[in-house]
Design a protein around this ligand. Sequence first.
Ligand code: BMA
Length: 341
Amino acid sequence: MGDVKMISPEVPNMPWQDRPEGKLKGAPIWRYKENPIINRNPVESVARIFNSAVIPYEGKFVGVFRGEQRNGISMIYFGRSDDGIHWNIDEEKIHFVNEAGEPFQPIYAYDPRLVKVEDTYYMMWCQDFYGAAIGLAKTTDFKTFTRIDNPFIPFNRNAVLFPRRINGNYVMLSRPSDSGHTPFGDIFLSESPDMTYWGKHRHVMSRSQEWWESLKIGGGAAPIETTEGWLLFYHGVSGTCNGYVYSIGGTILDIDNPSVVKYRCENFLLTPEEWYEERGFVPNVCFPCATIHDSATGRIALYYGCADSYVGLAFTKVDEIVDYIKSHSVVRSDDTEIGIR
Ligand code: BMA
């Protein structure tokens, strides 16, 4: 392993496949050969699972999955896996309760992220709140999922929590949006002392002049703490004459001031190329939502939604990806400022 280290637990049983020989020379991320790992019609009530988040739990893995029901409405489903690759998804969607223990179900719920902070697992997703907004829940046992107040007013999506408090506060990335397909969008962050009251809003980074992310960007997987800063995989979108194309980008944020971008890769890290990324309900979508990573080996497994139809898995190593981002880094003035105006 090289010089860059992840500051996170060891996960020796995480899924892994070595970089394929002879192919993808110089590419910083390589796909799992048996992709997609979740195919269509995974359970009786669900037509497609994609844009989903997973996390190590009790020596194995659990996940929250965006399941498009047969009526076309997305809800979040819980699943378990021994190896992080083969998943058993519950037939029934997650039923949330409010803080009084009463049922409290969103009208729809999609694009979940799952982040552990201290002893609690937090889920954030997009849902209706008189418009597209961010929903939030917590659990400690993956049996009871307690909805807590929506952190922000509409319109907003792509919420991603940092895995630890920074300067004493919880920190969440989000991407203000509209209620439709949002032809714009930059990443912001907000802080909270208690996961209820959010403020100290900062701009983190803008869509860029690079064509693959020139329309909008949005947070992806929970940032990974490294000795170089917070490693963030995010999505970048370009608008073509045949619709949006979603690629995966990489950036490194300052460890104490994560509204400051230290390095930002001008190249995409992964873009739709395989049949399951190019062909599906919405073609040309690679949408990262989670990583599983092992600090002992530097290995990172990246989970991403494919064409709004499948879940894909890809791999990289922390030193290689950080090196790639640094050696292809272009940061602009509004990426490097503290982000207050
Ligand atoms: C975005 C989100 C994602 C989806 C993408 C492509 O606006 O809704 O869930 O993957 O569009 O359809």
